[in-house]
Design a protein around this ligand. Sequence first.
Ligand SMILES: Nc1ncnc2c1ncn2[C@@H]1O[C@H](COP(=O)(O)OP(=O)(O)OP(=O)(O)O)[C@@H](O)[C@H]1O
Length: 353
Amino acid sequence: MEATRTKSSILSIQSLVIKFTLRGQVLTAIRDISLELYQGESLAIVGESGSGKSVLVKSIMGLLDKNGSIEQGQIFYNDRDLAQFTTEREWLQIRGKEIAMVTQDPMTSLNPLKTIGKQIEECVVLHQGLKGKAAYEETLKYLTDVGIYDVEKRYKQYPHEFSGGMRQRIVIAIALACHPKILICDEPTTALDVTIQAQILQLLKNLQQKYGLTTVYITHDLGVVAKVADRIAVMYAGDVIEVGATHEVFFNGQHPYTWALISSLPQLGLKGQQLYSIKGTPPNLFKAIKGDAFAPRNPFALKIDYEERPPFFQVSNTHYARTWLLDPRAPKVELPETLLAFFEEGRQHANDA
Ligand SMILES: Nc1ncnc2c1ncn2[C@@H]1O[C@H](COP(=O)(O)OP(=O)(O)OP(=O)(O)O)[C@@H](O)[C@H]1O
């Protein structure tokens, strides 16, 4: 699918299908996804609620709910197919150690009864084999790295003595102390106010560079990830419908669903013009989906959109979109003025930079 082979892939998802059984009915949450994660990059997976973002990352960490299973496909990490793992023992070699996760609510990841210093230090001891003073010193270093001051005093405090933003920093420190190669950030700033959000995103970006991490952001907010991600994968109804470098998806998006996501950004709304809004609801995942899942909500849908799943059409070496509009036989569509102006402005910026 993706022709960029100059960068090496750290995780390779191939033809993945994930289903859940609920009260005797089967729901397909992930519908034949193939996606590469490149060493050292920052990839954002964007899509509305229910599009399958969390299920996808849970499958990478062996955290699928009991009623879910991988029906088809591979998840290659270091030549091992994680999709074949069957025991918790196998997952413990990967989870935390190789692939760590930071979630929306730091309180669920923290133990309220232990000092935050001890919680970080446990990872330092377990994953780095340090002991005593060396482990303590290393723990203080992580606290400093995530922007916490007065570290010796803070080491002895409990999670409830920190603000939401500070707790998120501690969870990040715990993740880092396990020395992971991949850090998955699942809506890491959704619960925080805007200023703190920006600080945490900047921190994650700095730490990614400092530690040479590969980062995956999961979010419904395209605006947030535009600032931190190198690439964006857009998900809709369990499928990746567009993937490309951030500026490509943002300023030259090709799938009508991507247009809809971009059009709902506040930046466009501020111009006070008519928004291209998404009408209708996502499809019922208990039913088989024919064609392009977005077709019933797509004002530009073609007849074939209701019949056949679009292949990935190549837009550039790094940019692909699953939309029949990219077929050479498709008619040209007129995009709303606001969107065209936004794309144009973005390209100008890119040229000036
Ligand atoms: N244990 C489960 N049993 C049945 N269906 C499930 C289960 N877990 C997830 N799903 C379904 O899988 C689909 C994808 O869910 P998922 O949580 O991945 O979406 P999401 O994009 O992460 O949404 P959100 O942003 O709200 O977290 C949804 O239809 C959801 O209801």
